[in-house]
Ligand binder design. Structure first.
Ligand SMILES: [Mg+2]
Ligand SMILES: [Zn+2]
Length: 191
């Protein structure tokens, strides 16, 4: 039975300022309300799942192991902002269709706008996707959320004006999110 509800959060541009390529956790700046909102959503009974494309692995800028360490430091950073800002799990896609590193050069099912990471989480955490929300700053996040059957929230603090990233799936360019927010703190008004 899929009885849990979740908020799926994109990472860069939603939880932290998107500065592009970054290997150092000391460069990560959380948005002011990131930790507080996660704490609030947990109290409302949502699972907190982060879903993030990390093609820096495919490009050979960091190893997958270095990425895992970085992401666990990111979780600590959130906790230091708010002690109840706990993430249930971070799913990442290390692949890219044009990766430098052969092992990651695949058309995977996890790279957003595909819904693979959300579907995997739904399976692992018994999540009812129709009761869940996907929050992201790119059109690819919104498409992934819709493809998974979630309600979608466009967060306008990141790459929301940038063009669509490369993908091999068909999508509707005029796709609209169900909701728009100006920063992650606005989720408190919505959920
Ligand atoms: Mg983003
Ligand atoms: Zn992938």
């Amino acid at each position: 039975m899929s009885t849990n509800k979740a908020v799926f959060l994109d990472k860069d541009g939603v939880l932290n300022i998107d500065i592009g390529i970054s290997k150092e956790i000391s460069e990560t700046k959380l948005f002011e309300h990131s930790g507080g909102v996660i704490s609030y959503l947990r109290e409302k009974g949502y699972k907190i799942i982060v879903v993030t494309n990390q093609p820096i692995v495919a490009r050979g800028i960091v190893s997958e192991n270095e990425l895992k360490i970085f992401l666990s430091e990111f979780e600590k950073l959130l906790k230091s902002q708010n002690e109840n800002a706990l993430i249930d799990k971070i799913y990442y896609c290390p692949h890219h269709p044009n990766a430098n590193i052969l092992e990651y050069r695949i058309n995977c099912d996890c790279r957003k706008p595909k819904a693979g990471m959300l579907l995997k989480a739904a399976d692992e955490f018994k999540i009812n996707l129709n009761e869940s929300f996907m929050v992201g700053d790119r059109v690819s996040d919104i498409i992934a959320g819709k493809n998974a059957g979630c309600k979608t929230v466009f967060c306008k603090t990141g790459k929301h004006l940038e063009k669509m990233i490369e993908t091999d799936i068909k999508y509707n360019l005029d796709i609209k999110a169900d909701f728009e927010i100006t920063e992650i703190g606005d989720l408190k008004k919505l959920l």
